[in-house]
Design a protein around this ligand. Sequence first.
Ligand SMILES: [Zn+2]
Length: 277
Amino acid sequence: VSSTVYNTNSYWLESESGVALIDAQMLRSDAELLATLIASSGKPLKGAVITHAHFDHYGGLNLLREKFGEFPIYTTKKTADGFKPNHEGALNWTPDVHGDDFDKVLVEADQIVESGDVIEIAGISLKIDDIGPGESPNSIVVYQADENILFTGDATFNQGHYYLGEGRSEAVLKQQEYLKANYGDVKMYYAGHGDPSTPAAVLDSQIEYVQFMQSIIKDRLAEGDYMNAENTSVKDDVLETLVGEMLTRYPNLNDYGIGAEKLVGWGVAGVVNELRN
Ligand SMILES: [Zn+2]
């Protein structure tokens, strides 16, 4: 878990012959800590899977390649397509905030797999399932059958605010139903942020969270006069009221070190933009 940015998780699975990695951190310093932990196994890093194209999950790949050589990096085509634009977007602000700790060198996935493929890394089988758009423009989940566990990327956030800043609340709800139908009996979900959880502990509460945000936004949109003068985003006072309603209903959810008001504010602004269209 990164303690510097967004509390992003990486997971590594170890076999006799090596290590398989799920997600690769954002900053070089966090990726270096991760590399140290992987190296302490005394085994080679045989490959990585990236769940989605948000920079906090793949920004550390260049550092890891420097340490471990050219290990393969797996994801689906639609997920891989997001790496470059997302990295370019991050470079607009990361030099000011993180200096050289955010790598300007983009390392992309080089092993494009189809949804449903079962890959093997260090003899560990991982099923890749492309679940389409949602929290990010496109994402996958990774199923490990022997342990009956699922790496969910940012499709689930255990006991945390669900990130809706990109305004795809409807798609997120579809993903939650898909996970229920296809991975409802999985022993444990390992999410991109927050602690592991059972499916039952997370899916229904996330659906409720997203639907509640949608409902208060729809009510406010129906009153009209909610956009700023430039018509570029929701008015500050409207945003503040809606965020207040969210935080009153969900006072104790994890904010991953971002700050709940900021994180929920991104979500409200994103969903206003989605639902007003
Ligand atoms: Zn994330």
